[in-house]
Design a protein around this ligand. Structure first.
Ligand code: C2O
Ligand code: CU
Length: 461
């Protein structure tokens, strides 16, 4: 039998000829096709004297997508280990969320996986491995992901700084021996001894005096909370975790940038600026320069005063109504904590047995990914989770697939997060509306803490 074009159209309209579909969604003929490769990389941080440092990376420095434009991204794994790619902060179908063992099998070495989605939100996001994340992130398997607004923003220039913290050994190679070190896992996670911006040592980014600059900041470190300082630069917070602030907020202090958080800042380079302007990390000793803005030239000032808000993304509204679900998440464990036992894979274990299984943290008394979700909600329902950090450590809490609001006084009211840093002992209520069906992780992004127990999930029906 042969079908005429006309028959074909009719059958299609009747739903009788199903287009071949992959894991999720229908094939969109207008999807932009992209390839990404996960691969080993040699970084010349100490050239010309030193050996290159062996890392893992994506084959691009940054991925730029457009809001509302469907993409099909074929990821090829040229690493010696299995991997997967999570699009941190993007609100996409659960099957595309890239969590190995939950939403997909890992991509084997030599294998490929086709991710298909349409970014709904413009903003600053990132892609990173979500398989053995504590190792693969430490090796560098991440990349900033920018979703462009439909209209260009009111700035003269846009810069991105992905900050990272690497642990090198005496041979100036990645310290792979200490991957999985239980002392790190029970304390503040794996912190390093070499800071980079865009995988470079103190890069110089070119600007002109008089320009308004959009600076996208990402903390891609495994565990280090960064206090970023931009001395003497008029500066506003424009967006957090990809979502614009309704009213840009002037930044007068250092910025707390916890693992996986992003900020979009607006900087006005003063008309009289010359030379280099440092972007610094505050420390208990002298501040450390991370990168420099190099003022090369002068521009006619086009923008001044408080910037207009970026156009809001269409997030589900959070009303004042009573949430359909209200649960507590009691975070416990870690060094100097009082964890005595926890459930691990259905068994109640004492601390010694937990440590043998590399577990030392718990959510509601359960270490590691439980069989049962923290809660089950229907799409559209309002959820409130009370996060209680009953530990002696800060944590950078990340919810997959949703943005939420928290009631912490240090943030402007109504600000959205997909990642929220909580101080030791702090508690907050977060609210969000269940959106897409599927299994969505909630975990600490100080990624050793996730590996050592701080992970749960919600199910949306
Ligand atoms: Cu940025 Cu579960 O990850
Ligand atoms: Cu943590």
């Amino acid at each position: 039998m042969t079908l005429s074009r006309r028959d074909f159209l009719w059958l299609t309209a009747a739903g009788l000829v199903a287009a071949p579909t992959l894991a999720n969604g229908s094939i969109k003929p207008d999807a932009r096709r992209l390839n990404l490769v996960l691969q080993p990389e040699q970084r010349h941080w100490f050239a010309p004297l030193g050996e290159p440092v062996a890392l893992w990376s994506f084959d691009r420095d940054v991925l730029r997508l457009r809001q509302g434009e469907a993409v099909e991204i074929e990821v090829e794994n040229r690493l010696p280990n299995p991997s997967s790619v999570h699009w941190h902060g993007l609100r996409i179908d659960n099957a595309m969320d890239g969590v190995s063992g939950l939403t997909q099998d890992p991509i084997p070495p030599g294998g490929r996986f086709l991710y298909r989605f349409t970014p709904q939100d413009a903003g600053t996001f990132w892609a990173h491995s979500h398989h053995q994340t504590y190792e693969q992130l430490a090796r560098g398997l991440y990349m900033p992901l920018i979703v462009e607004e439909q209209q260009p923003a009111d700035v003269d220039r846009e810069l991105t700084l992905a900050l990272d913290d690497w642990r090198l050994n005496e041979a100036r190679q990645l310290d792979t021996h200490s991957l999985g070190d239980m002392h790190d896992w029970a304390h503040g996670g794996r912190t390093g001894n070499l800071l980079t911006a865009n995988r470079q040592l103190k890069p110089q980014l070119q600007v002109r005096a008089g320009e308004r600059v959009r600076l996208r900041l990402l903390n891609a470190a495994n565990a280090r909370i960064m206090l970023v300082n931009l001395p003497n630069l008029p500066c506003w917070i424009w967006a957090k975790d990809g979502q614009p602030l309704a009213v840009p907020e002037v930044l007068t202090t250092s910025l707390i940038l916890a693992p996986a958080e992003r900020y979009d800042l607006v900087l006005d380079i003063p008309d009289e600026a010359t030379g280099v302007l440092p972007i610094q990390l505050e420390s208990d000793q002298a501040p450390v320069d991370l990168a420099y803005l190099r003022v090369d030239d002068r521009a006619e000032r086009r923008f001044s005063g408080v910037p207009n808000a970026l156009p809001a993304n269409h997030l589900p509204v959070i009303g004042a109504e009573k949430p359909a679900h209200r649960v507590q998440l009691d975070m416990t464990g870690g060094a100097m904590g009082s964890l005595r036992q926890a459930v691990y894979q259905g068994e109640t274990l004492g601390v010694r047995e937990l440590v043998q299984r590399k577990q030392i943290w718990a959510f509601n008394g359960v270490a590691n990914l439980p069989d049962q979700p923290l809660l089950e909600a229907r799409s559209g329902e309002l959820i409130e989770i009370e996060l209680l950090n009953n530990t002696r450590w800060p944590h950078s809490m990340h919810l997959h697939g949703h943005h939420f609001q928290a009631d912490l006084a240090r943030y402007a009211k109504g600000i959205w997060h997909d990642t929220l840093v909580m101080a030791a002992g702090e508690g907050t209520r977060i609210r969000f509306r269940a959106d897409k069906p599927g299994s969505w992780l909630l975990h600490c992004h100080m990624i050793e803490h996730q590996a050592a127990g701080m992970v749960s999930w919600i199910r949306v029906l």
